[in-house]
Design a protein around this ligand. Structure first.
Ligand code: CMP
Length: 134
């Protein structure tokens, strides 16, 4: 069994999509291990996305991620990290496969409805930031 972190971002929370997104992941075999509804602080957003700090979209990303409620969900399943990224779809919703979460609910490359950890190391790092520091 592997754990991963899903963030349901502020645009999806604002549009009442929390239940639909959790339903999608549960129907795809993921088990919810823990979850948390919160508003990301600037400090936590900076730490969470520190690998992107030199990118031109960084300030837009931090502004968006601190703009409203986020739901963080720890999910468990065999091959959870790769399988969740498949279900989430391409970072840019206009390039995401039909049926993926970002295809359905993403608005732009920044406002893309959800985040999913991209490696075991990052899953552990992200879970620690959100569940032990925020
Ligand atoms: P996420 O999976 O949360 O990881 C990093 C985030 O940065 C990504 O989703 C997008 O919200 C944002 N992002 C990544 N690349 C770009 C880009 N080229 N332009 C704007 N935002 C981006």
């Amino acid at each position: 069994m592997q754990k991963t972190l899903l963030l349901i971002k502020p645009n999806a929370c604002k549009h009442n999509l929390i239940g639909r997104i959790i339903d999608m992941v549960e129907r795809n075999g993921f088990v919810v291990v823990d979850l948390k509804l919160f508003t990301m602080t600037k400090d936590i957003a900076n730490e969470f996305y520190e690998m992107h700090q030199l990118r031109d979209f960084f300030s837009k990303l931090i502004e968006f991620m601190t703009s409203g409620k986020t739901v963080a969900v720890i999910l468990e399943k065999d091959n959870a990290i790769a399988d969740l990224r498949l279900l989430v779809g391409n970072t840019n919703p206009s390039e995401a496969n039909p049926g993926t979460i970002r295809y359905l609910y993403g608005e732009s490359t920044t406002i893309n409805a959800v985040h999913a950890s991209d490696s075991e190391e990052n899953a552990l790092r992200e879970i620690d930031i959100i569940f032990n520091k925020q």
